[in-house]
Design a protein around this ligand. Structure first.
Ligand code: SAM
Length: 265
């Protein structure tokens, strides 16, 4: 905990990445992944093998883009680097150990960017406590860079989480306005994915559940009512087995993996 706190204080990053909790969250995921390694294994293997299937179905292997690369836990980086000419990883922030690990792959580039186009504005609104309408942005990053494969890697459901937390702390907004903002982020991400000319692979939480002794205590829609236009395959990610989050129940996510979003499967 103390080490995590020091790292949070001293890792250099953009103000919104620290203030809105993105850096804290990346450090927390790093810790949880280490503590819950055996419980996360099947989820991480499912993600990696789906991404490799998507890659092998891709006729051209010039460039691949990964959205939500984070700590690279669910990304088969060595294989992507070996089979594609260029690999571009995007996350709001890449931790220094992740950047160091990339040095052995000369064709891999990490780009720190907000894929929603709203984070800086939400940061500004919540600092000035400005009651302007919440932003809705159609992202256009990377669209004209000729990617043969785009992988949205466990990022979709995460896009609203920290923004909503901050908005809730700082601005007394109506629940409907917050929910419409969250839905807008998800709809715009899906619309953006649909505008890439190459193949798109999507991995996302569908549900966040609390379970104990085979009983579901809570079953929350991770996508705010937004539906993904695809079937794909599903599995559970045992993200926080007891007592990680609670002594009384486990937290698990129902995850959807879609190899080819345009084909819907
Ligand atoms: C569940 S993690 C994904 C895990 C990651 N694929 C891995 O293997 O470590 C969600 C990721 O989304 C990133 N993220 C959340 N909001 C973002 C945004 N607006 N722009 C870019 N990345 C964002 C987080 O920083 C985090 O790394």
């Amino acid at each position: 905990m103390i080490v995590e706190w020091f790292r949070h204080l001293f890792i250099p990053c953009r103000p919104e990445v620290r203030d809105l909790g993105y850096l804290r969250e990346l450090l927390a995921i790093e810790g949880r992944a280490a503590r819950c390694r055996p419980h996360w294994r099947s989820h991480l293997e499912n993600c990696r093998s789906l991404i490799l299937e998507a890659a092998s179905a891709c006729p051209n292997k010039g460039k691949v883009l990964v959205l939500g690369s984070g700590l690279l836990l669910d990304i088969p980086l060595a294989e992507l680097s070996a089979s594609f000419g260029q690999v571009v990883l995007t996350d709001i922030f890449h931790l220094p150990p992740v950047r160091r690990a990339l040095k052995i792959h000369p064709n891999v580039r990490a780009v720190d960017a907000d894929v929603t186009g709203t984070v800086a504005e939400v940061h500004r609104l919540t600092r000035t406590r400005d009651r302007c309408p919440l932003p809705r942005v159609a992202p256009d990053l990377f669209l004209d860079e000729g990617f043969d494969l785009v992988v949205s890697a466990n990022i979709l459901s995460q896009l609203p989480v920290l923004l909503l937390q901050r908005l809730d702390q700082r601005l007394a907004l109506e629940e409907e306005e917050m929910e419409a903002f969250a839905r807008g982020l998800l709809e715009e991400h899906l619309a953006w994915l649909g505008r890439f000319p190459g193949q798109v692979c999507l991995i996302t939480d569908l549900k966040w559940q609390s379970v104990t002794l085979g009983q579901t205590l809570e079953d929350e829609d991770a996508l705010f009512g937004v539906t993904v236009p695809a079937t794909g395959r599903t599995w559970y990610w045992n993200i926080a087995p007891s007592p990680e989050y609670s002594a009384d129940y486990d937290r698990r996510n129902l995850v959807l993996g879609v190899k080819d979003l345009r084909a819907g499967e």
